[in-house]
Design a binder for this molecule. Structure first.
Ligand SMILES: Cc1cc2nc3c(=O)[nH]c(=O)nc-3n(C[C@H](O)[C@H](O)[C@H](O)COP(=O)(O)O)c2cc1C
Length: 445
């Protein structure tokens, strides 16, 4: 199939002491400056050199503290113990670049719609239309407790709430017509009141009456990112998302979700081309195949069993410290895992057991290791070929590249893989279009 658009390149970042690979902070090549503007600005410049479309930050609203009902292990082992607020970090990166898009995660469960609509509309203006919002409903009880609640909201309910939330934020973003701002000093007309329409929304979860205090933003609205994986989550993504992130362990799984999301989008009256899909992947590249293999072996040697146990507890909203490593998990335990259910399904499937042990959870979820996502390992040419297989095989429109260490993994990618992709016509050689929406080939809303 001929490519209509070059591969979308997204960096999977964390405003944290580590990358997605939590052991990355132990890597001697990791810059310890995660508490400085310089660190994020340096990454942003590297990504812009590599013609990335987007620097994307995930988020979690609590320190991992469900394992053993304490944050002690996360702190001791540096397992995402730090999570900075994203807006200042995103702002710093936007200031250091001219073309790179920057996306951040904000939760519909724990922030009010007006707050998110205003934050992202503001940044979209200040950056000339380079901003994206990753819509999440959050995952666990530790997050709930940080916001004065006892328990995280149940899965179906939080998606119902999020559907309404999206109606409110879109309603707020549309309160100003595109031409409402006049700035006419001669006639003394700042804005045309007839072209500003206060929102009046009455839903089951949200009531909102009023006008956003930010005019219509350059992109119409910020690009909407989503990563729902369950049936309900995929429907939500197909309804609202413009750039969809997925965790697809194999090419076949990528092809299935790609076709599925685009089919679901049709049901919401959306054109499949108006939605782009990008699976997460690690890239380990070396000048020779043996250099790449050595790098991979070294990176893998940094993982510790605690990393996985803490992260599994966090993402499944369940305390794995209640069980021994070789204990089979009873039905009640499996049912109590209310976080990302697709991980439980994956473990049941891959272990072939109805009651896997904790060790099997570690092994088959891949959590805390590089096995959690596909890995493209080898020379620039070998990596480019692996990526091309997914792109031309209709499994994706691009990739969310996670880092084995920071910022070295992106420096390697920009220096070694991008030129190879460019020489094959798979990656672009210049930024085109002014907004992130243009760069991604997404329609103006
Ligand atoms: C690439 C990727 C990034 C994600 N980033 C976040 C995040 O920053 N915060 C969060 O709470 N959830 C995040 N999620 C989780 C999703 O929002 C979603 O909850 C999860 O994929 C499970 O799908 P489900 O909610 O439909 O069950 C991410 C998922 C993926 C695949």
């Amino acid at each position: 199939m001929p490519l209509t658009q070059p591969m979308l390149l997204v960096a999977f970042l964390q405003a944290s002491n580590c990358s997605n690979y939590v052991a990355s902070w132990r890597h001697p090549g990791t810059d310890p400056g995660f508490l400085t503007f310089d660190y994020y600005q340096q990454i942003a410049r590297t990504l812009e050199t590599g013609m990335f479309h987007l620097a994307f930050f995930d988020d979690r609203l609590a320190m991992p503290s469900l394992y053993g009902d304490s944050p002690a292990t996360a702190l001791q082992h540096g397992i995402r113990a730090v999570k900075l607020d994203l807006i200042p970090v995103m702002t710093a990166m936007l200031l250091a670049t001219r073309h790179l898009g920057v996306g951040g995660t904000y939760s519909t469960t724990y922030y009010p719609p007006f707050h998110i609509a205003r934050l992202f509309a503001t940044l979209d203006h200040l950056s000339g239309g380079r901003v994206a919002w990753n819509v999440v409903t959050s995952l666990n009880d530790a997050e709930a407790r940080n916001f004065g609640r006892v328990q995280h909201v149940e899965h179906a309910v939080r998606y119902d709430q999020a559907d309404e939330f999206m109606q409110v934020v879109h309603g707020l973003w549309q309160t100003w017509d595109v031409d409402a701002l006049l700035m006419d000093r001669v006639q003394e007309r700042f804005a045309d009141p007839a072209r500003v329409h206060p929102l009046d929304f009455q839903g089951a979860w949200w009531h909102a009456q009023g006008t956003l205090t930010v005019p219509r933003c350059p992109q119409g609205h910020p690009v909407i990112i989503q990563a729902g994986q369950s049936g309900r989550g995929r429907d939500f993504a197909a309804r609202w998302g413009e750039l969809i992130f997925v965790i697809a362990p194999t090419l076949a799984a990528g092809q299935e979700i790609y076709a599925d999301i685009k089919t679901r989008a049709l049901r919401y009256g959306r054109r499949p081309e108006a939605i782009k899909l990008a699976p997460a992947a690690y890239v380990v590249v070396g000048e020779t195949a043996s250099i790449a293999r050595d790098k991979l072996a070294y990176v893998e040697s940094l993982a510790r069993p605690e990393d996985a146990l803490v992260l599994l507890s966090e993402i499944l909203n369940y305390d794995f410290a209640r069980h021994g490593l070789d204990e089979s998990l009873p039905t009640a335990a499996l049912q109590a895992m209310t976080g990302v259910r697709s991980i439980v399904d994956r473990v049941l499937h891959l272990s072939g057991k109805a009651h896997p042990t904790v060790r099997e959870f570690l092994q088959h979820s891949g959590r805390g290791t590089l096995a959690e996502m596909p890995r493209f390992v080898g020379t620039p040419s070998q990596v480019a070929t692996q990526m091309a297989t997914w792109l031309t095989g209709q499994a994706c429109d691009g990739f969310v590249i996670a880092a084995t260490h920071m910022p070295g993994a992106y420096e390697d990618f920009a220096r070694l893989v991008v030129p190879e992709l460019q020489s094959r016509g798979l990656a672009r050689t210049a930024y085109t279009g002014s907004t992130l929406r243009d760069q991604l080939g997404l329609p103006y809303p």
